[in-house]
Design a binder for this molecule. Structure first.
Ligand code: BTN
Length: 326
């Protein structure tokens, strides 16, 4: 069933009468009026003129599922669920995925009360100032390539920020998006595998982005926290960012593993730690040089005796000059 908001969005730049909306949505005019008041209280800018009806002037950056859907390319998402607030979009998406066959569905929220990052960290997720999204996926690629999906998401975020807002962001292996040594976005990939068939039961890929300046940033992250609005003069529409990320992600995801080399090239170009000294688990005694990203997305590092080893996503955090806390 269509909502009043969707009806207004389908009639841009024009007044639609309460009666027309009521008839189209099989509701009373009084209920239409109530829905309009609810939208106004959520900061939707709606003009009401006697004898003419209602016109949507601005979404004021509210998340709009129908607007995101209208911007999606074919062969991307099959559905989007919007939640005003949730503990964690990843937790919610995992619960949904466990008990269903849902695939290529996006959960998007304005607020997380228990946003999670890698290695048991929390992800600061203030209401309205960010965007928190999780894809439910059922990949058919090899389990050993799991990390490529996190890489694909990171590249998708970088490309989308460039396309939508002309922002040049960079990647800190494995899953962080930075600008000038400050963190703008993080990615958390979780899932379940079926051991017998060595395949995925489901995968949930969550992306959190700091969009607008937040005035209550905890002291523990205030020096490494940044948001999109500090880096662009363009008007930011979170819906356009979400749609661009989905489009860019699926362009890579749908063509893996064939697009592996292209993905790795794009990732390496954007990854600012390559050639730099990093500390494993933020321990100066474990200082190494980040050398390369291998075909599975693992990080090749070299210690000062020239010994090389691979770092895998789950085991390490990269600190030192690139300190990372959530
Ligand atoms: C990290 O910084 O280590 C990763 C952060 C990932 C945050 C996103 S926000 C959407 C999704 N839901 C979560 O609880 N986490 C991810």
């Amino acid at each position: 069933m269509k909502t009043v908001l969707e009806f207004l969005e389908e009639h841009p730049d024009q007044f639609v009468s309460g009666e027309l909306i009521a008839n189209a949505l099989s509701m009373t005019r009084a209920n239409v009026w109530k829905e309009i008041q609810k939208l106004k209280s959520k900061n939707y800018c709606i003009e009401s003129v006697r004898n003419q009806g209602y016109k949507l002037l601005s979404r004021n950056n509210n998340i709009s599922v129908s607007y995101i859907e209208s911007l999606l390319n074919p062969n991307t998402l099959r559905g989007i669920e919007y939640l005003e607030s949730v503990d964690s979009t990843n937790t919610y998406a995992k619960d949904l995925a466990k008990d269903s066959n849902l695939s290529d569905v996006l959960i998007v929220s304005d607020n997380q009360t228990a946003g999670r990052g890698r290695m048991g960290r929390s992800f600061y997720s203030p209401s309205q100032n960010g965007v928190y999204m999780s894809f439910i996926l059922r990949p058919t690629t090899h389990l050993e390539d799991t990390q490529l999906l996190t890489l694909a998401a990171a590249v998708a975020v970088i490309k989308s920020l460039k396309q939508c807002l002309d922002i040049d962001a960079q990647i800190k292996w494995l899953n962080d998006i930075y600008i000038n040594n400050q963190k703008l976005s993080g990615i958390l990939t979780e899932g379940e595998i079926i051991l017998e068939s060595q395949s995925y039961k489901y995968l949930v890929l969550g992306i959190g982005i700091n969009v607008f300046t937040d005035n209550d940033i905890p002291d523990s992250i205030s020096n490494i926290y940044t948001s999109i609005d500090k880096h662009t003069t363009r008007a930011i529409d979170r819906n356009e960012c979400v749609a661009a990320i989905a489009n860019n992600f699926y362009e890579i995801y749908n063509s893996l593993p064939d697009s592996r080399e292209k993905l790795l090239d794009e990732y390496r170009t954007a990854c600012f730690i390559l050639g730099e000294e990093v500390w494993i688990n933020n321990d100066p005694k474990q200082a190494v040089t980040a050398v390369d990203i291998n075909d599975q997305g693992h990080l090749l590092v070299k210690d000062n005796h020239g010994n090389e080893r691979l770092l895998y996503s789950g085991e390490v955090s990269i600190g030192g000059k690139f300190k990372h806390e959530s």
